[in-house]
Design a protein around this ligand. Structure first.
Ligand SMILES: NC(=O)C1=CN([C@@H]2O[C@H](COP(=O)(O)OP(=O)(O)OC[C@H]3O[C@@H](n4cnc5c(N)ncnc54)[C@H](O)[C@@H]3O)[C@@H](O)[C@H]2O)[C@@H](O)CC1
Ligand SMILES: Nc1ncnc2c1ncn2[C@@H]1O[C@H](COP(=O)(O)OP(=O)(O)O)[C@@H](O)[C@H]1O
Ligand SMILES: [K+]
Length: 536
């Protein structure tokens, strides 16, 4: 086994991966189960029987040895499908590398049989002299192993695990050992990232062939740990299956960073107008305005909905108070509406829908929209690429009239549906924010952390996004692609917002939103989140 050829680490960033894995947008593609299967079929068709699984097993064993080089005993829990087959193949290599392997195999449920590849892997493991424990209990000594490899279930998860499978998942979690998941943590739905039954909590996940969106959003990040990928030698295959989504990671947004040329003037950075801050919630609008200012908008106007609200910001006297925005101002600005807007924002929405050049709707503006289909119809009449909405999952649930659970079970689908219904670019916030524009592949953002789970960090994002969009609006637009500017502005702001939070709070301690607003930028942060790179 060559120790040099390891898979590529996808998260945490930065990625130093094999050449050729990025698409024409400089992005890494994500595949839902149906296209992953199709990709697998394509790969199987051009290879010798069992070659793909043998390679998968080798990739798992190599990564296990690289991550835990001193592990002497490795417990490998295998299911009856091809995910288990990968585990069995890995067992052969780990045994050959001198490790003691405790190999557990769950029997198929009554009436079903293991797939051919997995059966062949079982035979090969037996032929290699491995002892296979087939009871429902973990193998003796498993709890004292140095590493557990979870090969119970991968992309085949069809329903919540129960019975022996659920017990095996719980045994892995209860053991508290360093855990490497094969392809997916068992129990994690690859498309959605929101388990409804028991699920392995892994320290590392090695995705095989394709990357599942569910690894990067919802509960996926916490359950998958550090994410690695091995394309199993398929990078040069002709016509690979197109992706269903893309990763909005550091590399993919590099090309979106606006230049600040020497001859820049405030008129070339665009204007932002923030409307929000009803009584008692002036801070929300102030945070959005500050973020827009610090992120580099040419001019920032603030219209507080509370007439007694702060007229000026003592920390930022450059912020312009605006007592009554007229249609000329609306037609010039990127309008960020709704932060702390309460019900006072409702009356503004028809006018904003008609006149705002670019419109970012957040918080209470979204609640107003959810409650009034006439407002939604007005939004629909706006030109393509003129609106961005930034709901958190509960706001998305109100807008779509779905239970919150449904949103979280398939965040990609929810964001796409919202984009279609609202005729807007959508930022569905939370762990692994999804950015979706109508009729386009959605993006899953990789930056950010629980440091952002504080009141006001969404207001900061809305203002940041406003500045990002204003800046892009002054650049030459692509007439053939009306969604491009707003989608790119959202991608850039969402990624930098998360990246700055990681930089300011590396240990994920709660980050006051006012500190984040002061760090708003549209440039590469000075201290990007770096870590040891993978060996690719
Ligand atoms: N065929 C190959 O050569 C390759 C297979 N690969 C592996 O194959 C995996 C997919 O394999 P499978 O399609 O066999 O699926 P899995 O091994 O993930 O699951 C096996 C079977 O378990 C059953 N099942 C699903 N949910 C269950 C539940 N809650 N309780 C009990 N049984 C349940 C299903 O019938 C499913 O087909 C990937 O995740 C990956 O690890 C990849 O390594 C690529 C190569
Ligand atoms: N655990 C997390 N991981 C990554 N990003 C997060 C996490 N929690 C919150 N965020 C981000 O923080 C922001 C919170 O926005 P929101 O829920 O609207 O809060 P608020 O209304 O208090 O400002 C969003 O950008 C969201 O994506
Ligand atoms: K697994």
């Amino acid at each position: 086994m060559s120790p040099n050829a390891l898979p590529a680490r996808v998260l945490p960033e930065p990625v130093r991966e094999a050449i050729g894995r990025r698409d024409e947008h400089g992005a890494i593609g994500l595949h839902r189960a149906a296209s992953a299967r199709q990709r697998e079929r394509q790969a199987l068709a051009t290879r010798a029987p069992h070659a793909l699984m043998a390679r998968a097993g080798l990739a798992v064993a190599r990564l296990a040895l690289a991550l835990q080089p001193h592990a002497r005993t490795v417990w490998i829990a295998c299911g009856h499908g091809n995910n288990g087959g990968d585990g069995l193949e890995a067992a052969i290599h780990l045994q050959q590398a001198g490790r003691q392997v405790l190999l557990q195999l769950l029997e198929p449920p009554a009436g079903s049989t293991a797939p051919d590849d997995a059966r062949l892997a079982q035979q090969r493991a037996r032929d290699a002299g491995l002892v296979i424990h087939t009871g429902t209990q973990s193998p003796p000594g498993a709890g004292q192993a140095d590493l557990v490899i979870d090969a119970l279930l991968g992309r085949g998860l069809g329903r919540p695990a129960e019975g022996p499978l659920a017990a095996a998942i719980e045994a892995i979690n209860d053991a508290g050992l360093p855990t490497l998941a094969v392809d997916l943590p068992s129990g994690l739905p690859g498309d959605g990232g929101h388990p409804v039954g028991p699920c392995v909590r892994a320290d590392w996940t090695l995705a095989l062939l394709t990357l599942a969106p569910g690894l990067f959003t919802g509960a996926g990040r916490d359950l998958a740990g550090e994410i690695w990928q091995d394309p199993l030698g398929t990078l040069d295959d002709p016509q690979p299956m197109p992706a269903d989504a893309r990763l909005n990671d550091g590399r993919s947004i590099e090309r979106l960073m606006p230049l600040r040329p020497h001859a820049l003037h405030k008129g070339s950075s665009g204007d932002v107008l923030v409307i929000g801050g009803a009584r008692g919630m002036g801070g929300a609008a102030m945070l959005a305005a500050r973020a827009a200012l610090v992120a580099g908008a040419g001019r920032v106007h603030l219209h507080p909905l509370d007439p007694q609200g702060l007229a000026t910001d003592p920390l930022h006297p450059e912020l312009m108070h605006c007592s009554r925005p007229d249609s000329d101002l609306l037609a010039r600005c990127t309008v960020v509406a709704g932060c702390g807007g309460a019900t006072d924002i409702i009356g503004w929405l028809p006018e904003l829908s008609r006149h705002a050049a670019r419109l970012v709707l957040d918080a209470d503006a979204l609640n107003a929209l959810a409650a009034d289909s006439a407002l939604l119809a007005l939004l629909h009449q706006r030109e393509a690429g003129r609106t961005v909405i930034t709901p958190h999952p509960l706001e998305a649930a109100r807008l779509l009239r779905y239970p919150l659970e449904t949103i979280q079970q398939d965040r990609l689908a929810a964001a796409q549906e919202l984009a279609r219904r609202c005729h807007a670019v959508v930022v569905l916030k939370g762990s692994g924010s999804v950015i979706a524009a109508p009729g386009r592949l959605p993006w899953i953002n990789t930056s950010g952390s629980a440091a952002l789970a504080t009141a006001g960090s969404g207001d900061v994002l809305a203002g940041w996004l406003g500045a990002s969009w204003s800046r892009r609006a002054t650049l030459p637009a692509s007439p053939a692609d009306p969604w491009q500017a707003s989608e790119q502005a959202a991608r850039l702001a969402v990624h930098l917002h998360g990246q700055q939070a990681q930089r300011l709070s590396p240990d994920r301690a709660a980050l006051p939103a006012s500190r984040l607003a002061e760090a708003a930028c549209l440039l590469r942060p000075r201290h990007p989140d770096t870590g040891p790179g993978p060996i690719a």
